[in-house]
Design a binder for this molecule. Structure first.
Ligand code: FE
Ligand code: FE
Ligand code: ZN
Length: 276
């Protein structure tokens, strides 16, 4: 069975997201842990979370994916911003334990003028500070398109971070199809080659989730503008190969395409129809 969902708004609570997911034919979803531009997280509503957990169990959802705010930059040159990143991540991971055994994804960060080595050191240092042996959440680094000085535009940079994390079994990778295509991994013409490269650099056992997006921009554009499925340069044929690939087909797929709920419902229906 295809495990697929999309990004949903947290504003009406957790159970509301579960209901929305079921309504659009999804069996998982992604959500922001707080306002994507940062800021304080809402108070924890245990009843709401328990309600969602019951829905997850009853409907056999795949793992959920939480997404950290975009403003989080664990490798900023500014110490206050790094400290803020640690506090946000620590708080989010504590909250994630109310929905145990799910996934938490963040953008590694932008090193600006400090260079990749300094950036990687900050990010790994932060992870070593906040990961706990008893946590049930797996923390994922997202593959990035390579806008500006984003870390994670190639598999080697992610591996450099992972290789320095002590509690490595708490870590994994979320692969964003739009981002890696924009970064210069040709998933349209050579999906097998890209996956072989991922396997040799990071290891496919570290791949936990896929952000399934088409791209508004051509190969290696380093732009990061998501398109609806089949409305971009990746196209439905390549996306069909991705969701059916033997090394990917059992992972959870998350749409981050520019859609409202009805548009997501249509994309999910389309993808289910091409899943063999
Ligand atoms: Fe992201
Ligand atoms: Fe993404
Ligand atoms: Zn993106």
């Amino acid at each position: 069975m295809l495990h697929i969902g999309c990004h949903l708004s947290t504003s009406k609570g957790y159970q509301h997201m579960g209901k929305a997911a079921l309504q659009i034919g999804a069996n998982t979803f992604q959500f922001f842990t707080r306002n994507p531009r940062g800021g304080k997280a809402k108070a924890i509503d245990e009843q709401d979370l328990a309600g969602l957990q019951a829905m997850i169990n009853e409907n056999e959802f795949a793992k959920l994916l939480a997404h950290a705010p975009y403003t989080l930059n664990a490798c900023s040159a500014d110490e206050r911003i790094r400290k803020f990143a640690i506090e946000m991540l620590e708080g989010d991971l504590a909250r994630m334990e109310y929905l145990p055994h799910n996934l938490y994804n963040f953008h590694p960060g932008s090193h600006v003028n400090q260079g990749v080595e300094v950036g990687v050191t900050f990010i790994a240092g932060m992870l070593n500070q906040i990961l706990k042996p008893e946590q049930t959440t797996t923390v994922l680094l997202e593959t990035m398109a390579g806008k500006g000085s984003e870390i994670g535009q190639n598999f080697e940079e992610l591996q450099q971070i992972l290789s320095r994390v002590k509690l490595i079994d708490k870590m994994g990778v979320c692969l964003d199809t739009c981002h890696i295509y924009d970064a210069g991994y040709d998933i349209v013409n050579d999906l097998d080659g890209v996956l072989a490269e991922f396997d040799s650099v990071i290891g496919l056992e570290k791949l936990y989730a896929i952000h399934l997006n088409d791209s508004m921009n051509p190969f290696r554009s380093h732009k990061d503008r998501h398109a609806k499925i089949d409305n971009g340069f990746i196209g439905l044929e390549a996306i069909t190969r991705i969701i059916n690939h033997p090394q990917l087909r059992n992972l959870p797929f998350f749409l981050e395409t520019p859609n409202e709920l009805d548009g997501y419902a249509e994309e999910i229906k389309l993808l289910r129809s091409v899943y063999k």
